[in-house]
Unconditional design. Structure first.
Length: 155
C-alpha cells in the first residue's frame, strides 16, 4: 500500500521539496519532543508556566522558548491572570490553530500506545464512553485506506 501522487508531485523525481512541503513546515513548527509534550499537557488542561515545566520535565528556559514560538506562530495565546498579592502572569490557551492539532496529538498517542512498549491511556468519547479513533476520511464521510489516498499539487 502506498499513497498515490499526481501532478507536479508525481513528476518531481528525487528533488527535495523543503519548505514547499506542508509536512516539512509543520515539523519546523511542532516537530520536536518538547513542543509536542507541551501541547499534550495543554490539551490535558495545564495552562500555567510552572505546571507545564514540571509536567514536561524541561528547564524553564527551554519551555519559555518553545511556548514563545507557539504563541508567535498562533498555536497558543497568552492570557493574563493574577493571584492575590502576586504580579500578573500569563497562562497559555490553544487558539483555533492549536485545537486543529488534536488529531495529530491523538494520532501520536494512539500510535505510541500500539507500537511501543508500555501501552498508554485510553481515549474515549465523554458522551457514550466508546473509544475515540483518529481516522482518515474523505469529505463525504467515507473511511479511506492508504492506497486510496491521492496527493496532488495545487495549481
Amino acid at each position: 500500500m502506498t499513497v498515490r501522487l499526481t501532478g507536479r508531485l508525481a513528476q518531481r523525481g528525487d528533488v527535495a521539496l523543503g519548505d514547499r512541503c506542508p509536512i516539512d513546515r509543520t515539523l519546523q513548527v511542532i516537530g520536536n519532543r518538547t513542543t509536542l509534550l507541551l501541547l499534550r499537557e495543554i490539551f490535558y488542561g495545564a495552562s500555567r508556566f510552572d505546571s507545564l515545566v514540571k509536567r514536561v520535565g524541561v528547564t524553564e528556559a527551554v519551555a519559555a522558548q518553545r511556548l514563545r514560538q507557539l504563541v508567535d506562530i498562533g498555536i497558543l495565546a497568552k492570557e493574563p491572570y493574577r493571584e492575590p498579592g502576586q504580579r500578573t502572569r500569563h497562562a497559555y490557551a490553544l487558539t483555533d490553530a492549536g485545537h486543529d492539532l488534536l488529531p495529530v496529538v491523538l494520532s501520536l498517542l494512539q500510535w505510541g500506545a500500539t507500537h511501543t512498549q508500555g501501552g498508554g491511556p485510553t481515549v474515549t468519547h465523554a458522551d457514550c464512553g466508546e473509544p475515540v479513533q483518529v481516522e482518515v476520511r474523505c469529505g463525504a464521510g467515507h473511511a479511506v485506506d492508504e492506497d486510496d489516498v491521492v496527493v496532488g499539487s495545487r495549481r
